[in-house]
Design a protein around this ligand. Sequence first.
Ligand code: ZN
Length: 340
Amino acid sequence: MLKDQLKALEQEVQAALDAATDDVALEGIRLRFLGRSGEITNVRKSIGTLAPAERPEAGKAINTAAAALEARIEAARHGLALKQLHERLAERIDVTFPALPARMGSLHPIRRALEDACGYLQRLGFAVVLGNEVETERYNFDALNIPADHPAREGLDSFYLRPGVLLRTHTSPMQVRTMEAVPPPLAVVVPGKAYRRDAIDARHSPMFHQIEGLLVAPGIHLGHLKGTLTGLLRELFGASQAVRFRPSFFPFTEPSAEVDTTCPGCGGSGCKTCGGSGWIEVGGAGMVHPDVLRNAGYDPTAVQGWAFGIGIDRIVMVRHDVDDIRVLFENDPRVLATLR
Ligand SMILES: [Zn+2]
């Protein structure tokens, strides 16, 4: 019976395929069953012995069986290729090989400097407050005694989002915001980002980090400011730091000073970092202008205050001997790993 014959062939093929372990064996099976003088051809030859009426049906059954065998062999070839691939992959992975050390992340040097500075001031009793990076002209300029015709207010220096609203150009807006919210005495430190429309180069970035200090209480004077800054800079750079004030001008402080500290690179004798002067500039400071106190609702005859703003990026560059500020913002982990 043709049907039984084909069924038997199919079982025979499957048994042979199950035993085959390589492509050569598969090709042998294909020739044995589907080749020119193979089993299917033999069955096809037997059609001649059938009655003419049965022949078309028989031919159809044989073709179907041949296609099914072909498909089985192809599936076996595919399965074998997959198995061989897995074997090769397993060969290349030595699971007993010691693991590579995991690379541990660490805090960014800017973050560490901010935490060191804030931590020191917190131990002195300052509270850390964070401000909005988007500010109004009132808090960024007006209340800080920066009049409308001041160059800092021109669009070229600031990033305006819409008229009257801009990215803060310094952390100082929090001076007024905090004083409005809390009656004196007051001691706060404001770490954060500020934005100015500077072209990017080795020393400038349109985004930079500042730390703002503000102390307001009766009888506060410049001596307290210098003492606090000296302690802060010693915390950041070491116990032999000195602080120097150079007279300056800021609209929101009177008197105002640029703040220098001993160059940590040379200890004051002069080097490339400090341009030979022995000092590096770290920020600005001064006694809070009476108008600023008044704008915030404080009475300048009853309380006095000082404020400072320190550039944290500059501190980090000096601390880690980095001469290009862009290194701090590119965040290449290979570079940051050298700044620990
Ligand atoms: Zn130096």
